[in-house]
Design a protein around this ligand. Structure first.
Ligand SMILES: Nc1ncnc2c1ncn2[C@@H]1O[C@H](COP(=O)(O)OP(=O)(O)OP(=O)(O)O)[C@@H](O)[C@H]1O
Length: 331
């Protein structure tokens, strides 16, 4: 039984998701203690519970400790099955973070996996669904990953009610060295139940700020009348993304500008991947072997993900400072 201290480093939800996914891949039984100890509300929340429940059912795991607020769990996987699953997170809990828990295991499934997930598609502290599609999947494809997600309906905080379909096929991962890929910046600016000028103003403000920094952009606008009310914008180019969400009282122009600033910060650093993708790629790069990227900073999320991944797999990540950026590689 492998014991993982959930308070290590960043000590958040991602450590638990990576541990469970790699337990499924390696077949190693685990116990995770001190779950989310470094968060103001420690223990498992609804979003984490759903992710763990689905991962357990896909790999027929024996689990204990799955209840709200639980700070310790054990997970003993069998084989990773395929099949169809219909999952309702029940709140505006992040759909993309639920997928983050499952996705590293799915190349090793016996058959294809089809999921329908209901929850939040554009919520704080998580990749937006557009980021997942345009940045994360673009990078994973380079590692041989076979899967895609389709947005059916947006879901914003607090009501949620978004819907995403996802499809994954068993595949063999291979190594890849990520280099900076810069194209015209693309984006989607979207709203639900708000006036049509809101996504336009978000998009125009983002484009104007990008142009000031000498980047051209093409941003699509979308207006929906879905179950929840909200707005957001995601921008991307190569392996770099940025996003911002609307808030009551926050002018649409500020939302657009925030997303643009995120992308500009990443692009100016001249690294190959952004800080979020950098932590997300760690388990896949370890499974694929012989891979690398450059990033402007090593975030606590990335350092923690490296630490958890090294507990499961016989790999060692190297981090080297090269001028103003860091190269992260694994053999
Ligand atoms: N704006 C964003 N764009 C892309 N990815 C993001 C963004 N914000 C957060 N992420 C990603 O979402 C994940 C968040 O992990 P984290 O452990 O903080 O989540 P959590 O389960 O909500 O946990 P906790 O509530 O314990 O913080 C990380 O992979 C991070 O890179």
């Amino acid at each position: 039984m492998l014991e993982i201290d959930g308070s290590y480093g960043e000590g958040g939800g991602q450590l638990v998701r990576t541990a469970v996914a790699l337990s499924a891949v390696t077949g190693k039984e685990i116990r995770v203690t001190n779950i989310r100890r470094n968060r103001p509300n420690p223990g498992l929340k609804q979003q984490h519970l759903k992710a763990l429940e689905v991962t357990a059912s896909i790999c027929e795991a024996r689990v204990s400790g799955l209840f709200p607020g639980s700070t310790e769990l054990s997970f003993a996987p069998m084989e990773i099955k395929g099949g169809k699953y219909d999952i309702d997170i029940g709140t505006a809990g992040s759909i993309t973070l639920l997928l983050q828990c499952l996705m590293p295991a799915l190349p090793f499934a016996k058959e294809k996996v089809e999921l329908t997930v209901r929850g939040g598609t554009d919520v704080a502290w998580a990749p937006t669904v557009d980021y997942l599609q345009q940045v994360t999947f673009r990078a994973l494809e380079r590692l041989g990953y076979a899967g895609y997600v389709t947005l059916e309906k947006r879901g914003y905080y607090p009501k949620g009610g978004g819907k995403v379909s996802a499809f994954f096929e068993p595949c063999r991962l291979w190594g890849f060295h990520f280099l900076k890929e810069e194209e015209e910046i693309k984006g989607i600016s979207h709203t639900s139940n708000l006036p049509a000028h809101v996504p336009l103003r978000q998009a125009e403000a983002a484009s104007a700020r990008l142009l000031e920094a000498e980047y051209s952009s093409r941003i699509e606008t979308q207006s929906f009348e879905d179950f929840s009310t909200g707005s957001g914008i995601t921008l991307w180019t190569g392996y770099i993304g940025g996003s911002a969400l609307g808030e009551r009282g926050l002018p649409a122009e500020k939302v657009g500008k925030r997303a643009a600033e995120e992308v500009i910060t990443e692009l100016k650093a001249r690294a190959s991947v952004d800080m979020h993708l950098a932590d997300q790629l760690i388990p896949y790069m370890a499974l694929a072997g012989n891979s690398s990227y450059t990033v402007r900073e090593i975030s606590p999320h990335a350092a923690t993900n490296i630490w958890v991944t090294e507990q499961f797999l016989d790999v060692k990540f190297r981090i080297e400072k090269k001028e103003d950026i860091f190269e992260v590689s694994v053999n």
